[in-house]
Design a protein. Structure first.
Length: 113
């Protein structure tokens, strides 16, 4: 069985707040670690049927950036959900939530997205 490693490095300030988030993926064509301002990481436990999450964002992340990050995450979640379940009705509802967030937070100009 082939294995790959994804490494996440979080630099903390003196108060243990994330300052920098970097990540690399074994086998990718990345020359150096990619820098991120935020991350959502979820694991579904097969035995307990529960989800464990690790949500981090750098202290310099601005609210408009978080709005955009959450929009893209929810929109992508709808795509993942549809591919996994083929449930178009629920995937569309998730997409509608993403669209609502985009509109409420004025993330895009009219016709953009």
């Amino acid at each position: 069985m082939k294995k790959n490693t994804i490494t996440i490095e979080v630099e903390l300030d003196k108060d243990q707040m994330p300052e920098n988030i970097k990540w690399t993926a074994e086998g990718s064509n990345m020359d150096q670690p990619a820098i991120a301002k935020a991350m959502f990481l979820s694991f579904f436990d097969r035995d307990y049927k529960d989800t464990y999450r690790l949500d981090l964002w750098a202290k310099d992340m601005q609210v408009p950036e978080m709005d955009m990050f959450v929009y893209h995450s929810i929109n992508g979640l709808a795509d993942v959900y549809f591919r996994a379940t083929n449930n178009n009705k629920c995937a569309s509802a998730i997409k509608q939530l993403a669209q609502y967030l985009a509109e409420e937070n004025n993330l895009f100009e009219k016709g953009e997205e």
